[in-house]
Design a protein around this ligand. Structure first.
Ligand code: SF4
Length: 405
């Protein structure tokens, strides 16, 4: 039985998926965008992490304010076309390119593609921004993505629709506490996920994305190196199980992926027994264990094309449906349930910070003084080393020099 929260605001996201009425109700319930506000702080940040209570409250207020605003803005098709035209004109006039993450809205992803930009995961976004000739990068994603773009291309102007768009993994790994943690374990190689601040990257030996996490851990394990892994404990746990690497874990989590529930997916599988299950490794191990495929966003899209299933249950942010449907137009995609039986309105499989990249903010991105990314030179220099190492390692993987290319 599906229980809706009192303010559930269903949206027909699954129109393209030919599922039965019960599934549509379930999925629409999962897409209620108010979830964040119902969670006590402990759901955002596990106890082991020390995020100040006032900071948590501020974050929750920011998200609330955004969600209130989203509900107010109901654009007509004409208003939307007008905004899109304005954004296109601005990009051309300012010699700028739009680099968008898979988790942004379909409108933003379509605009990035229509204007010669890129829609991708954070690794490819970083590469694309570095290699593109545009003088200005508009990064539609979350803050660490803008910082990474700035570090890799310090001579370019990097703007974001909203600098408050952050990430629970980044927030859950304060640089000073992480540095102390690393100092206490000097015998370990420090591997941090891309979803961290520039200051945390500056303390790392390696930066990884979910695309190359397994390869880097395997590479280090082969050399007999012990690892500090931060901040995502679910990804770290997956990497440890797959590679056998000796990993000491930081205790962070993604508020979107952590809410996927194995029991809910199994129940959905009873409705769609033929469906394959695609899972991002930021999900809990119980969800990873029932997957037909586990991988990064880009790898999930490729798996949807490659695997024989005609229907997939997808455990990652539903922004990815835009590219999934493009890549495999004849297949059907269903978002994975986030809370099993009962309270289904807990994460909606939609990152509230990614949702801040709306058309309105994109249209005014050149007009506002408060949305340019800056990274202190010393931090950028130190963060550049592990980022360069990641890009070089990924390039070697693609040429088959190392790892499982
Ligand atoms: Fe961070 Fe999760 Fe949002 Fe990605 S989906 S930006 S990992 S909170």
């Amino acid at each position: 039985m599906v229980r809706l929260c009192s303010q559930c605001n269903p949206i027909p996201f699954v129109a393209k998926s030919q599922v039965d009425a019960a599934s549509v109700s379930l999925i629409n319930a999962l897409l209620c965008r108010r979830i964040v506000l119902y969670l006590p702080a402990v759901h955002f940040f596990p106890k082991a992490m020390s995020i100040a209570q006032d900071k948590l409250i501020r974050i929750r207020e920011q998200v609330q304010s955004h969600l209130d605003r989203v509900d107010r803005v109901r654009m007509t098709p004409e208003q939307r076309s007008e905004l899109e035209a304005r954004i296109k004109d601005n990009l051309a006039r300012e010699n700028a390119v739009l680099v968008a993450h898979y988790y942004t809205s379909p409108e933003v992803q379509a605009l990035a593609e229509a204007t010669g930009g890129c829609v991708s995961d954070s690794l490819e976004m970083a590469r694309f921004g570095r290699d593109h000739p545009a003088e200005t990068l508009i990064v539609a994603g979350v803050r660490f993505m803008g910082e990474t773009a700035k570090i890799l291309t310090p001579h370019k102007r990097v703007l974001m629709p909203d600098l408050e768009a952050t990430c629970s993994l980044d927030l859950g790994c304060p640089a000073d506490e992480f540095a102390a943690f690393c100092d206490a374990h000097p015998d370990r190689e420090v591997v941090v996920y891309a979803n961290t601040s520039a200051a945390v990257k500056a303390r790392a030996d390696w930066v990884v994305t979910s695309s190359i996490a397994l390869d880097v851990a395997e590479h280090l394990a082969e050399q007999g190196k012990k690892i500090i892994w931060a901040p995502d404990r679910h990804l770290g746990d997956y990497v440890r199980r797959m590679t056998g690497a000796d990993i000491l874990m930081w205790d962070g989590a993604c508020i979107v992926h952590e809410e996927f529930k194995a029991r809910g997916i199994e129940q959905l599988k009873q409705v769609h027994p033929e469906a394959g299950v695609l899972v991002h490794p930021e999900s809990p191990s119980s969800v990873v264990e029932i997957a037909d495929f586990v991988g990064s966003t880009t790898q999930i899209i490729k798996a949807a094309q490659r695997l024989p299933h005609e229907t997939f249950i997808v455990a990652t942010d539903h922004g990815i449906f835009f590219k999934l449907q493009q890549a495999a137009p004849d297949k059907h995609f269903i978002i994975a349930p986030t809370a099993g039986e009962g309270a289904t309105c807990r994460s909606c499989a939609n990152c509230p910070w990614m949702a801040m990249n709306d058309l309105e903010r994109l249209a005014t991105v050149f007009d506002r003084p408060d949305n340019e990314i800056f990274v202190a030179a010393a931090v950028a220099t130190d963060a550049m080393r592990p980022l360069d190492r990641m890009l070089a390692f990924a390039a070697e993987l693609n040429t088959g020099v190392v790892g499982r290319a």
